[in-house]
Design a protein around this ligand. Structure first.
Ligand code: AHR
Length: 556
């Protein structure tokens, strides 16, 4: 029942969960035209020694932009290069966290018709201290064609604010593209930052809904998350501008990686597909067919056999077995849009025809769902104040007990009560979740939103997990979720509360079997919006929470 909702917001993925250290590794952040935006790359040297620009000479068809460095100085000539050479550097996402003794895989593409001596180094933020370095050398012929170069760098020091430098003291022209630095030590070896992944794994999430949110939709269709642009070799992915949250993403964290993350966390993937709607544009039902086909192809990518066109792409990426994709959400929260319902029906029919077992989630509310407009689940988003969230503990008490069930895939206390994450917000959300747990016959899944924020780029408050390049912490609502991590699959016991003078207390009781010791545990959770404890010397309130007590061992 309890899972996580991941959205590429606040640099949650690029510069966050995805461990790639180089930002804008393909120099593509300005789009496919030149001059492109090479930010945050910066130049080492002045105009008398180096000219840096972009052109469209890359060897990659879908991301044509490459960096061109024309080095004018040369240590052997009168225009000598400054000590340390000239070139470019990338500070990553607000500084790279480089750790002593750890190994980093560097990968880049290079082309030059000149003799090359290019030093690739991890340095302190001012470039003065070298943590690790490797020099690429070659004759005029060595790199006449685009060449991929890969090597490892082992750091001799710790530095949480490092940068990657590419420098030379040799004149000539060098083109560079797809420059990547990845730590070797990632969660399950699949490219996810370890500390942040463990924060997720410790919640025992039952599902992972991705990739957003507004990120999935985009403000404009051209900037939406189009799954097929995010699969295949990472160097060939075009990347895209996340216009919903205002930053570029290289799409290292693509459709395949989301499915992989779900598998690594033991969670069911829930894929939010773009159903032809962005916040400002819509594809009409008359013209939706190709997009419907694209989504069915996406399911084939996840589940298809090695001989299917898209299944074979997944296999080539190193995952021969199908991913267990059982849930697809048609859109995010676009029920209000003109073509949503018409488009939804097209997606529903095509997906069910090809994959009858897939659970389809509608963005419309329960009242709109009928035999002529079917859905397996309907999505609910709740953003509100703490008092209102607390009162929503009874939100599903009177919901008809017949299908479809709800997925409450985005909920959060927001506004002044929540700030950047407060205890009162967490308590109110706990009361809400207790209500969901008590109604788990009509609510199948729940996840808070947003999950992550890189503290250097807060686009939304509050968020459950805060991090920078090297640190992280959970907000109260993150730690509150730990009270629910044994609930999924547990037995719920009817609970009544007897308490005088308080009506603002909610509780639930579950028993579950511990996989290790096989004993049955009882957990009673209760959340009050007022403090139940008294001042010293006062008589404490007595609270009785009763459950049916069945099947509970004495140790509980
Ligand atoms: O969680 C932040 C945003 O809130 C999501 O992108 C959107 O679905 C919702 O409006």
């Amino acid at each position: 029942m309890f899972g996580i909702f991941f959205e590429e917001i606040n640099h949650a993925g690029a510069g966050g969960l995805w461990a790639e250290l180089v930002s804008n590794r393909g120099f593509e952040a300005g789009g496919p035209n030149t001059p492109s935006n090479i930010d945050p790359w910066l130049i080492i040297g002045d105009e008398s020694s180096i000219i840096v620009g972009t052109d469209r000479t890359s060897c990659f068809e879908r991301n044509p932009v490459a960096l061109r460095m024309e080095v004018l100085c040369d240590s052997k000539r009168t225009n000598a290069c400054p000590s340390g050479g000239v070139g470019v550097y990338n500070p990553g996402y607000w500084g790279m966290n480089i750790e002593k003794g750890k190994v980093y895989k560097v990968s880049l593409h290079i082309r030059s018709s000149d003799a090359v001596s290019l030093t690739v180094s991890l340095t302190s933020s001012d470039g003065l201290q070298k943590l690790a370095a490797h020099t690429i050398t070659g004759s005029k012929k060595s790199f006449a064609k685009w060449t991929k170069i890969e090597f490892h760098l082992k750091s001799s020091q710790n530095n949480t604010n490092s940068r990657l430098q590419l420098t030379t003291s040799k004149s000539g022209v060098i083109w560079l593209d797809q420059v990547s630095v990845m730590p070797l030590d990632t969660y399950m070896g699949h490219g996810f930052r370890k500390d942040l992944s463990l924060m997720l794994a410790n919640l025992k999430p039952q599902f992972l809904k991705f990739p957003g949110g507004n990120y999935a939709m985009g403000n404009y269709l051209r900037n939406a998350f189009w799954w097929s642009e995010t699969v295949g070799p990472w160097e060939e992915r075009p990347g895209h501008f996340n216009d919903a949250w205002g930053y570029w993403t290289d799409d290292g964290l693509g459709f395949f990686e989301f499915l992989q993350l779900a598998e690594d966390l033991g969670a069911s993937p829930v894929w939010v597909v773009n159903d032809g709607a962005s916040l400002n544009e819509e594809v009409s039902t008359a013209t939706i067919a190709s997009l419907v086909k694209d989504v069915v192809n996406g399911i084939e990518f996840a589940r298809g056999g090695p001989k299917t066109p898209w299944g074979s792409v997944r296999v080539a990426m190193g995952h021969p077995q199908p991913f267990k994709l059982d849930y697809v959400s048609i859109g995010n929260q676009e029920c209000w849009m003109l073509y949503y319902r018409g488009n939804y029906q097209k997606f529903y029919s095509a997906i069910k025809a090809a994959y009858p077992d897939i659970n389809i989630i509608s963005s419309c509310d329960r009242s709109t769902i009928s035999p002529s407009n079917p859905a397996d689940l309907y999505d609910v988003h709740v953003y509100t104040s703490s008092s209102n969230m607390f009162s929503r503990t009874s939100m599903f008490d009177n919901t008809p007990r017949s299908a479809p069930k709800a997925i409450v895939s985005e909920y959060a206390v927001t506004g002044n009560d929540a700030g950047k994450g407060t205890l009162v917000a967490a308590l109110a959300e706990a009361a809400f979740l207790i209500g969901l747990e008590r109604n788990s016959d009509v609510v199948e899944m729940a996840s808070c939103a947003p999950l992550f924020v890189n503290d250097n780029d807060r686009r939304w408050n509050p968020d459950a997990i805060v991090f920078n390049s090297w640190q992280h912490y959970g907000c109260p609502n993150y730690w509150m979720l730990h009270f629910f991590k044994d609930s999924s699959g547990a037995a719920l016991h009817p609970t009544t509360i007897q308490i005088s003078n308080y009506d603002q207390l909610v509780a639930s009781a579950i028993t579950w079997q511990n996989a290790k010791d096989k004993s049955t545990y009882l957990r009673i959770k209760s959340r009050g919006s007022q403090c139940l404890c008294g001042r010293a010397g006062e008589r404490h309130q007595e609270v009785w929470i009763e459950t049916d007590g069945s099947n509970i061992q004495q140790s509980a």
